[in-house]
Design a protein around this ligand. Sequence first.
Ligand code: TRP
Length: 318
Amino acid sequence: MYNFLTGIKSTGRPHLGNVIGVIYPTIFLTKNEKFKNQFILIANLHSITNLKYIKNNKKNAYKILAVWLACGIDYKKFIFYRQSDIPEVTELLWFFSIIYPYNRLKLVHSFKENVKKKKTINTGILTYPILMAADILISKAELVLVGKDQLQHLEIARKIAKKINNIKKIFPLPQAIVIENLIPGTDGSKMSKTKNNIIDLFASKKEIKKQILKIKTQKNFSTNKKELLKDNLYNIYISLAGKEKKEKIKNNFKMGYEHAKEELYRLIINKFKRERNLYKYYIKRKNKLETIFKKGAKKMKQIVNSTIYEVRKAFECN
Ligand code: TRP
């Protein structure tokens, strides 16, 4: 039996893309497969590589856990933990840093994107994939559910595992489970907070409406299949409504984009009514959320202790 892991960075509430691309697939997969351990990580050390997330980092970790719970995860079957609760992760970061060449980190897509966008690049942005490798390998995860954009990071984790295994065989090689991002952002590119193109399921109705109104559309609606697939509003709509409602959707579009946006708004509010209510319920209960993190950290300690012991020994640091 394998260990399963997935993780979300704590940069605010998970949005529609995270829910459809990570949270629901995790719930589905773990209902249908038996795993040895099931880890869900809240990456609150990765989030702060962008310094603007230092403020509210604590609250943001709670938000992510609250969304997982609101989406119906059976939390007792998982080990939920905050990265910062497990200092051994950052210890591993060091051991991994000394065996991984730094020029290769400079070639990573996410790093290059940051270089394009930002004036100052901190060292944490460079070593981001190494920290992620530490997350993955510390729990000896074999199956890691990630977005397509994280595949390169996972490849680095595999390389590091191989290198360490050459010193002493410690780690299984982690494999990715990639869920194609089924739902585009409001501008048609990947939904992501940094691109400011998200639909935040757990925001106020007014806010959601605003985000939907922002969705970029084609000049004119066309029922031609090729044209339809280029239409971003149509793609978002279809991925939520399901293909069986295609005819109804097309009819909504024929009445104009404004009407279709109104319908999409209604669909989202109805479809996620329960989740939106549950989110409000959980986010008020910080004690409950904290207890889940504390329990997770306690379980992690045992697992992590044995890994870190082996690694220290391999580096003669025991
Ligand atoms: N970097 C991932 C993201 O931005 C989040 C993450 C951090 C992660 N550590 C992880 C995902 C370990 C899976 C496993 O999406």
